[in-house]
Design a protein around this ligand. Sequence first.
Ligand SMILES: [Ca+2]
Ligand SMILES: [Ca+2]
Length: 241
Amino acid sequence: MNKKMMMASALVVLSVSAGAEAAVITQWNFNSNPADSATGTGTGAPSIGSGSASLVGGTTATFASGDASGGSSDPATGDDSGWNTTSYAAQGAGNKTRGTRYLVSTVGFNNIQVSYDLRHSNTSSKYEQVQYTTDGSTWTDFALFSGAAGDTWFNGRSVDFSSIAGVANNANFGFRVLAAFAPSTSAYAASSPTGTYGSTGTWRFDMVTVSGTALAAVPVPGAVWLFGSALLGFLGVRRKA
Ligand SMILES: [Ca+2]
Ligand SMILES: [Ca+2]
């Protein structure tokens, strides 16, 4: 290999290895932007990246403090909001039909990971069913979490989708978090061990995050040839000069 070819090869290797770091694709911190010193106001627009957050099945929501009761992992102070959802289903009805949904394109990324913080009120559903979609409309059960305490933040809920074919590099990826009956029963359990489930219980979300590893930017053969030709031409011109 002569010097010109070695230079061209080194540049191609650089471009291939440049994309190997994990990165946040989209994140919601639900805080007003710009901050306004009121935790009762916030936004459903992502704080990083793009995507949509929406309510599922008649759930309603306001914004409320992300700092109260121990707080979420959001480093913001003063205007740290969470997305405070309520109007869940009546006891014994609507299993896995109410909660929140997040649609995020994972194009350009693999090893997709999802994380979120969630405060359970005393009377909210103890069980959180995480589902995912690869076509934007059909949903599959995945992780099930238990929040066995009321008025408590459960931070860093973490779901690893790296083993699910079709989640990576997909414009139609999404996930949702829904109130679910206690396993093998037909009733919701209350988050507080001494509480009673109620449809007015609240789940307060914060720091909802989708991350992944950027796919390597592998040049197509034609581009390599063009790039190599241009480089050799450039060197040739310089040598003549
Ligand atoms: Ca605010
Ligand atoms: Ca927040």
